[in-house]
Design a protein around this ligand. Structure first.
Ligand code: TXA
Ligand code: MG
Length: 310
């Protein structure tokens, strides 16, 4: 997508005034504000109706900008070199002298940080003098937005400005990895866990549904389209939409497909927008046919499982 400098400069103006705006990323859109400003961060929580205890992800241009705020270690640089900028979020220790607003971390000494790849947002990050706190730009516990229209649907005029960046190319939230001690994955994303394991040459723990929630994206009820979801369905019941990974030869009016050929990356990219479409088409619930539990298919299953707890 072509960079629109006028729009980026407008976005900067809002952010400099501690306003919240929506920004595009390759995973999903974020609801962004100055991470050094209490005022801006409070606005994010209010707009999203997000509980105060659920901390925000902070977005940086590169690791040099991050060094004032966080302690970096060997594992960080290993992952950074391989995946950044890109769809990975690190849990790190905050430095005492960090300027990050206490609202971002809910007074804690750990923080989630990420380096998004989307060229428009990278251009913006390079121009501003602070990192951006930006959770996904949806009302708390609902589906993340993958285009500006999704954001308008959730927030209407409450959002002052949406920085247009086209459709998110990945369409599913970043992989979260806690690297303060032994690396531990807290949320599955588009990066295959096997690739991370290869990098470290060992098995990496994934805390699927821990007793104590350390990332609310891990909580059971999340990513919901607002209607019930039934998994591993063989048939659709009355008034149910039927969702498949791969396009069927014989289709019915209630059939929805995530990919023509059953490509899992394409399926992930289309997941949230298809769930939104089904809801808009007034179905009362969704039956989902079995999805292969490999690669990003694991992440799709993880999100659908949480959405199904609605
Ligand atoms: O792809 C993404 O990560 C998108 C884009 C906009 O960057 N952002 C995103 O943010 O998904 P959000 O807030 O919807 O999800 C971030 C998750 C939340 O579940 C939050 O609880 C967790 O990260 N988190 C934030 N700070 C944390 C911390 N210090 N320790 C553990 N989990 C944390
Ligand atoms: Mg979210």
């Amino acid at each position: 997508m072509k960079i629109n400098l006028t729009h980026i400069k407008k976005a900067k103006k809002y952010l400099d005034k501690n306003e919240c705006i929506a920004i595009p990323t390759e995973t999903v859109y974020g609801l962004a504000g100055n991470a050094y400003s209490d005022k801006a961060c409070k606005k994010i929580f209010k707009l999203k109706k997000r509980p105060k205890y659920n901390p925000l992800i902070v977005h940086y241009y590169n690791y040099e900008n991050l060094m004032n705020d966080c302690t970096l270690n060997k594992n960080f640089f290993k992952l950074y070199k391989k995946f950044c900028p890109g769809p990975i979020t690190f849990i790190l220790n905050l430095k005492k002298r960090s300027k990050i607003s206490k609202i971002v971390t809910n007074q804690k000494m750990s923080i989630a940080v990420r380096f998004p790849k989307h060229s428009t947002t990278r251009n913006l990050l390079k121009r501003i003098e602070f990192p951006l706190a930006a959770p996904s730009a949806n009302i708390s516990s609902r589906l993340s937005p993958v285009c500006s229209k999704d954001i308008r649907e959730d927030f209407g005029k409450k959002i002052k400005f949406i920085l247009e960046g086209g459709r998110s190319s990945i369409g599913i939230e970043s992989t979260i990895i806690d690297i303060r001690k032994e690396p531990k994955i807290l949320r599955l994303g588009s990066i295959d866990v096997k690739t991370i394991q290869k990098l470290f040459n060992k098995k990496i723990i994934f805390n699927n549904i821990p007793k104590k929630i350390s990332a609310p994206g891990q909580s059971k009820i999340h990513y919901s389209p607002g209607i019930p979801i039934r998994l591993k369905a063989k048939k659709a019941k009355n008034e149910e939409a039927f969702l498949f990974i791969k396009k069927k030869k014989k289709t019915e009016s209630n059939y929805y497909f995530l990919s023509k050929k059953g490509n899992l990356n394409e399926a992930a990219k289309n997941l949230y927008s298809t769930l939104r479409k089904i809801k808009k088409n007034k179905y009362k619930s969704i039956a989902v046919a079995k999805i292969p539990n490999k690669g990003i298919g694991k992440t799709i299953n993880d999100r659908l499982m949480r959405a199904s707890k609605f």
